[in-house]
Ligand binder design. Structure first.
Ligand code: CA
Length: 378
């Protein structure tokens, strides 16, 4: 346009070309830059197929719950869908949950959408089993391709637990991430050691009423808006290894990790560490503790401790294991514990007996924690 009159374009002409002939455009307002406070922006920028199916509080339509769907279901689902694969590794007591991608996500605001996936095992304290993917920025069809791993997950857990996956949107304007939609998979569907892929439509977030007995528990009700489902035996569990070393002449006790520990702090987490004590104490070093792991309910320790002594003599003793929440300035809180001895039962007895009946045989086993604080005999 400027070329018709040679190289020179005056300021006046330039403005005339740009302003006069075109349609009158709305002047951008300051609220355009803050879409959260501008309710019309999403409708303008994101025409939806009308009418949008209402999703009050019930489950999504039956057709949405198909697994291994083919084709693109973006326009038929209200909140989008999530593809993931589950694998229960029975031998190692591990549940792998690989989050592949989501499709057709509907952002809460206009503009770019930054999302991550949060996983929980229900029932249980929601933070005890909370894992999350990284955040993928700027996509309504994000690819995470990330595996979330639950350690200490057994076939018995699979029989009674449900996996909840929630796609959340991060926003710079809100402090909290907002859920865009969730889904739940009863894990009893899983066949051990066989990976299974899912493609499931997201549903609206379901909030479960918190048992009123938990309302006063250490300010949790003030802090945590999410559901805290029936606690049951949820003090957590611990992975221990035992081995009598003939070379060193003593018992090696490995404190490897804990899983799904109870939350003791108001932030919904604990600062766990583990104490072990071999009783009765006959002059040798009998008490040890691990380092503290800050703000986690699934700590990994991988620390090993040594008790010198004859195998037959050690076999008559009792190993007390207790998990604590470190608190600065006040007494540490007891989370849970267990005892291993020839008077134990079940897996605890098996663990103790197998490792002290023979030398140089290392065995790792998960044990549930119970609620009776051990008598440490201080
Ligand atoms: Ca603490």
């Amino acid at each position: 346009m400027a070329g018709t009159r040679g190289e020179k374009v005056t300021m006046q002409e330039h403005m005339a070309i740009n302003v006069s002939p075109g349609p009158i455009r709305p002047i951008r307002q300051i609220s355009d830059y803050f879409p959260h406070f501008y309710p019309f922006a999403p409708a303008l920028l994101r025409p939806r197929p009308a009418p949008l199916p209402a999703l009050p509080s019930g489950p999504a339509p039956e057709t949405c719950l198909e697994e291994e769907q083919d084709g693109d279901s973006d326009e038929t689902t209200a909140l989008g869908s999530l593809e993931f694969t589950l694998l229960l590794d029975q031998q190692n007591s591990v549940l792998h949950c690989t989050i592949h991608r989501a499709k057709g996500l509907k952002p809460l605001d206009s503009g770019s959408i930054d999302t991550f996936v949060k996983a929980n095992l229900l029932p249980g304290m929601s933070k005890a089993s909370q894992l999350r993917t990284r955040t993928v920025r700027g996509s309504r069809g994000p690819h995470w391709d990330e595996t979330l791993t639950y350690h200490g997950f057994t076939c018995q857990d699979a029989g009674r637990k449900t996996l909840r996956l929630c796609v959340c949107e991060e926003s710079r304007l809100r402090r909290r991430a907002e859920p865009l939609g969730e889904l739940r998979v009863p894990l009893k569907k899983l066949v051990p050691n066989l990976s299974r892929s899912f493609n499931i439509c997201l549903e609206k977030r379901r909030l479960t009423k918190r048992p009123s007995s938990l309302d006063t528990a250490r300010g949790m009700s003030l802090y945590e808006e999410e559901e805290v489902e029936v606690a049951g035996e949820e003090r957590g569990r611990i992975l221990l290894s035992l081995c009598y070393s003939s070379q060193r002449g003593g018992l090696l006790v490995g404190v490897l990790r804990c899983a799904h520990l109870a939350a003791m702090d108001a932030n919904g987490y604990s600062d766990p560490f583990v104490r072990i004590f071999l009783r009765p104490n006959v002059g040798k070093k009998s008490k040890y503790k691990t380092t503290v792991r800050k703000k986690t309910l699934n700590p990994e320790f991988n620390e090993e401790f040594f008790y010198a002594g004859q195998r037959e003599e050690l076999a008559q003793k009792t190993l007390l294991v207790s998990v604590w929440d470190y608190d600065l300035g006040t007494a540490d809180d007891f989370i849970g514990g267990l005892q291993l001895s020839i008077n134990s039962t079940g897996e605890k007895l098996r663990h103790w007996r197998e490792c002290l009946a023979r030398s140089d045989r290392r065995l790792e086993l998960w044990h549930p924690l119970d609620g009776a604080p051990p008598q440490l005999g201080d």
